[in-house]
Design a protein around this ligand. Sequence first.
Ligand code: NAP
Ligand code: MN
Length: 272
Amino acid sequence: MKFAIVSKGDERSETIKTRLIEQLTDYSLTYDLDHPDLVISVGGDGTFLEAFHRYIHCLKTTAFIGVHTGHLGFYADWVPSEVDQLVEEIAKTPFQIVEYPLLEVIIRSKSDRVEDRLLALNEAAIKTTDGSVVFDVEIKGEHFETFRGDGLCISTPSGSTAYNKALGGGIIHPALEAIQVTEMASINNRVFRTIGSPLILPKHHTCLLKPLVDRSFLLTVDHITDTYTNVKSIQCRVAKERVRFARFRPFPFWNRVRDSFVAEDDPTLPRR
Ligand code: NAP
Ligand code: MN
């Protein structure tokens, strides 16, 4: 089996990277940055996003795993003290695979050309540097609303605990093949009206954003921002591709949510 490591680059992550390479090659695994079967990210969730985008061209054949060197992460859920155990588990392949849904974003230009097709592990956030965004929002081919405001965030289930959560979106279990649309400061008055609540769309329900004013857009997919001009539409839906996680022990999604966001039980405090 071939493996690659993407490190955050700080001293702690680099030390773990070196240790992982030594131990895994001792088990006759091959360090191969070009065609890995397993990609190990060492750092935080941000590092995991980087690893995902680096190996996005081979999602079908690559599985990911995250070791965190900072606080507990959603994607980086192995701690440094467990590295020896992780190495043994990896060496004992085959391992179990768990798949999570992704978001597909297609940007079309005014000439109806597909300018870009992107995949997000967390979300796509659409904003502008130039005042508010004004979009016609279509769902499944029907006009839903005209949105005016700072922007919209369209997230995956595993990304629902990231930016989406800060925007008041709900947390979606990744077993649900869905995307969630959340608003960023929508303008609501007698002229402009939006739904105001997050929308959760199932697979095959496409959300199409059609700009009503000629602006350049800032599209942030996970941690990568690009500017687009001359945009006719931005199409979002559940992607046909999925991300594969190597799973060596159960760590249920809701436990990860609890451990990340709900204060741990402190036995010295009275029970609330
Ligand atoms: P960052 O500024 O370091 O990320 C912000 C925080 O989000 C970090 O604590 C990061 O964890 C955490 N995070 C990333 N994915 C997560 C997930 N699926 N569930 C829970 N927490 C998650 O930038 P970054 O590390 O490059 O990450 C990019 C992400 O930041 C974007 O995809 C977006 O979701 C998020 N973001 C959040 C806000 C906000 O909450 N207001 C605003 C902009 C962007 P680590 O520290 O482990 O990296
Ligand atoms: Mn980060």
